[in-house]
Ligand binder design. Structure first.
Ligand SMILES: Cc1ncc(COP(=O)(O)O)c(C=O)c1O
Length: 461
């Protein structure tokens, strides 16, 4: 790192606590400071160019430096930098966006509640469902069931729904109302010889047993990402969503689809619910809703839920929930323009077509000695590295090899993300075929260098 006492790197180390970072390690290594971006590229403060193959945090769908979004934000800031939605106040952008979200999300989702991040949205979903069940006279029906490997954020409730030990350790999570069932990852958790359908049957049966053991009168909702993102890009096995939804319906358990990563085209359909035939009671949206140019998230719920909540608010005098920035007009204006760009430029079609190319190119690495599984859908993919292809044995310690590859990719001007030893790709949805080929060839060089380092016994760098 740069040791000049007043350099940006040194001041970063002096003043910042970084999220999802080893603070002590960071004190030694310092930051990589990203200065600006254009299209699928970002540039650090030393002028080095990177292909941003993670779209920031799975989110900058229309790419960096999109002037239309800048103009939309500036225009709304000039008009009214903030007006809130409390106590029946409203704004044009918040209304227009709600109408569009109801139109484009799956049928049966009719009402929008805004929040500001994916974590806040899922936290609010918990409160919303609790409030609803109180309002309709089911005060015991409060538990949420999620999946190990799932990611729903890091606030107290959403962090409890997240099924990753790293997000629980040290934080006294999860809350007692939240529990988890088996991760729907066929490669890792299917029994030998079990078909995908049979695996899905087994997971649905597990969910049903869990609901019965907890008491169906106490289980409010089941939440899942249609395709798990931050847990390592895990594609659901065949029939999974049909089967788990059937179980939920049989026990009057709400289905919550967390489309924070998959929403707005990532899988080659506007929403992943379309792809996997999910008919949720609640859908959760964020990230690509504004391409992360502004913080915004939205909960779109069924009319039945809304009616229960509305009756409850009438009885209690108010739906006493909301944030200063709920439905922020600048964020809503940016979302409207962002969704217009996604539609005009057919970025959903691009995710489908260029995504298929990316999937095909990455699947060529299936025979690489370090690669256990290549998986994904549309413009999101994961390449899982293993110590032993035949036994699927993981590296020990987990994450060491993935982190090494992450570093090599940086040197090749490629930003990917390693979830332990799974290398994730989630590029901006504007990416072209040739840019994908460029990213994959940088990955290929990084993978080969990693394989050589593993063969050499993983010496310290
Ligand atoms: C599926 C999913 N839900 C929720 C979240 C949390 O969103 P945020 O980081 O905006 O709080 C994420 C973030 O990656 C996510 O992938």
């Amino acid at each position: 790192m740069d040791h000049l006492p007043n350099s940006a790197a040194a001041r970063d180390v002096s003043y910042l606590l970084h999220p999802n970072t080893n603070a002590r390690k960071h004190e030694k290594t310092g930051p990589i400071i990203i200065d600006h971006g254009k299209g699928v590229f970002v540039y650090d403060d030393q002028g080095k160019e990177y292909i941003e193959a993670m779209a920031g945090l799975w989110s900058v769908g229309v790419g960096f430096g999109e002037e239309r979004l800048v103009k939309a934000a500036a225009a709304q800031m000039t008009k009214a930098a903030l007006y809130h939605l409390f106590g029946s106040k409203s704004t044009g952008p918040a209304i227009d966006l709600a109408e569009i979200l109801v139109q484009i999300t799956p049928a049966g989702l009719d009402r929008v509640l805004y929040t500001n991040s994916g974590s806040e949205a899922n936290d609010t979903v918990v409160k919303l469902v609790w409030y609803y069940n109180n309002a309709i006279g089911r005060p015991l029906k409060k538990k949420f069931i999620a999946r190990t490997g799932g990611y729903h954020g890091i606030t107290v409730a959403s962090g409890s729904l997240t099924g990753l030990a790293v997000n629980h350790r040290g934080f006294d999570l999860p809350l007692p109302q939240m529990s988890h069932v088996t991760c729907p990852h066929y490669y890792r958790f299917a029994n030998p010889g079990e078909s995908e359908e049979a695996f899905s049957d087994r997971l649905a049966a597990e969910l049903e047993s869990k609901i019965i053991a907890e008491g169906p009168e106490t289980v409010a909702a089941f939440i899942g990402e249609p395709l798990i993102g931050a847990g390592g890009v895990l594609v659901p096995p065949k029939g999974y969503w049909e089967k788990v939804q059937k179980v939920c319906r049989a026990h009057d358990v709400l289905v919550v689809a967390d489309e924070v990563i998959t929403g707005f085209g990532r899988l080659g359909t506007m929403f992943a619910c379309e792809k996997y035939n999910i008919k949720p009671d609640i859908i959760v949206l964020s990230k690509q809703i504004t391409s992360s140019y502004q913080p915004l998230s939205a909960i779109v719920m069924s009319d039945a839920l809304y009616q229960g909540v509305a009756d409850g608010s009438d009885r209690l005098g108010s739906f006493a929930h909301g944030y200063t920035a709920t439905g922020h007009p600048v964020a809503a204006a940016v979302a409207l323009e962002n969704i217009a760009i996604i539609r005009e430029r057919n970025l959903v079609g691009n995710a489908n077509e260029v995504g298929a190319h990316m999937q095909a190119l990455l699947r060529r690495f299936s025979s690489h000695p370090l690669v256990g599984e290549v998986r994904g859908e549309g413009l999101i993919a994961g390449v899982e590295l293993v110590a032993n292809k035949a036994t699927k044995e993981k590296f020990d310690p987990p994450g060491k090899v993935g982190t090494y590859l992450f570093g090599r990719a940086h040197r090749h001007g490629l930003i990917i993300r390693n979830v332990a030893d799974t290398i994730c790709f989630c590029p901006p949805m504007i990416i072209t075929r040739s840019q994908i080929e460029d990213a994959v060839s940088r990955f290929s060089a990084s993978l080969d260098e990693t394989a050589a380092w593993v063969s050499a016994g993983m010496p310290p760098e």
